[in-house]
Ligand binder design. Structure first.
Ligand SMILES: Nc1ncnc2c1ncn2[C@@H]1O[C@H](COP(=O)(O)OP(=O)(O)OP(=O)(O)O)[C@@H](O)[C@H]1O
Ligand SMILES: [Mg+2]
Length: 327
């Protein structure tokens, strides 16, 4: 029987009287990518640190298992099967990239020859061969991040935790990193990542959880999450004013744009709703020149699910303000 790579029940953590994680449940099937989203201070890093045994969970937490091992009693076995790339770099700038890698190999008790082989292979894979003999302090942010992840992989972990792996990277480096992560998943590695980039979660994650006020505000695939926020619509555009007017008369409830000769019909974008719209147009004998389906993006989800608790306390709540203004 295959067990989930990560399974946490009622994960809790407080610092003093501040509750950071207020009983969250997480299940990450092996070989999948799970993304934890949430505003600054939501507790993402705390969750990563607990699941990777770096910080102990609250005593009132439920059972937590990583790689099939019980966090409470088998932390050592968990450590042996995971890799962690923290939010802040673990690279030692005073030594070279290669030396950083060899140090990791030593920490994993790899025999010298094996350590050299793994190091060479990872430096190659992460495009760091040329920089390998230079002090890591001379690396760019993107190179350091690649070295960071390469170091995480030295022990051949089957589960890796990446805390904001692409923060501060330029778009090209970010895409390179996504390729690296996809490669890991193709090899069957389970990836638990946190990110501030909703596009990143959308691109990589099989499942996404949004953390807010110590709880999981929503969890699902990117598509499922997008469906729970309003804002989805179908847009029809016409070039013939007569066709536009017939459509407007048929599709009552649509928002009209006379100038652009376009209609916006609120819709979840489902096949059933699309068919109903098209049927009504057919019946009226009109044909749209363009039909586009707009689903809300993850930014909409993020703003809908995470509140302004992290905004400065002096700013009064403005419930009537459109969410867009918050960006
Ligand atoms: N060692 C600690 N002692 C006291 N409070 C802590 C400690 N570590 C974290 N916290 C608090 O726990 C909360 C969650 O912090 P955490 O670093 O997990 O957030 P995060 O979601 O990773 O944020 P970010 O997006 O900024 O990285 C914050 O309010 C933080 O101040
Ligand atoms: Mg963090």
């Amino acid at each position: 029987m295959t067990h989930p790579a990560i399974a946490a029940n009622g994960l809790r953590k407080s610092y003093g009287d501040k509750t950071v994680l207020d009983g969250i449940d997480l299940t990450v099937p092996a070989g999948t990518v799970f993304a934890l989203l949430g505003p600054n201070g939501a507790g993402k890093t705390t969750a990563v640190k607990i699941l990777s045994t770096l910080v102990s969970p609250g005593a009132d937490s439920g059972e937590i298992r990583v790689g099939g091992h019980d966090l409470a009693t088998e932390a050592q076995a968990i450590r042996a099967s995971i890799g962690v790339t923290g939010q802040f770099s673990a690279v030692d700038g005073l030594i070279t990239g290669e030396e950083n890698m060899l140090l990791m190999a030593d920490l994993h008790h790899l025999p010298k020859a094996e350590g050299r082989r793994v190091t060479a292979e990872l430096l190659e894979r992460f495009d760091l061969v040329e920089a390998a003999k230079k002090p890591a302090s001379t690396y760019s942010g993107g190179m350091k991040r690649r070295l960071d992840i390469a170091m995480t992989l030295v022990g051949g972990p089957r589960i890796i935790f990446l805390d904001e792996p692409t923060t501060g990277l330029d778009p090209r480096s970010r895409h390179t990193m996504w390729g690296i992560i996809r490669g890991l998943v193709a090899d069957g590695v389970t990836v638990f990542l946190t990110t501030q980039y909703l596009e990143e979660a959308d691109e990589l994650a099989d499942r996404i959880a949004v953390l807010n006020n110590g709880k999981i505000a929503a969890e699902g695939t990117a598509e499922e999450l997008k469906r729970i926020v309003p804002g989805g619509h179908v847009k029809l555009r016409f070039t013939d004013p007569d066709a536009y007017r017939s459509a407007a008369a048929t599709l009552t409830g649509a928002a009209l744009d006379e100038e652009a000769l376009s209609l916006r019909i609120p819709s979840d974008g489902s096949q059933r709703e699309l068919r109903s719209i098209l049927d009504r147009l057919d019946t009226a004998g009109v044909e749209a020149d363009e039909l586009t389906v707009h689903t809300p993006d993850l930014d909409d989800v993020f703003f809908a699910l995470t509140d302004s608790a992290t905004a400065p306390a002096s700013v009064p709540a403005q419930p009537n303000q459109p969410k867009e203004n918050a960006r």
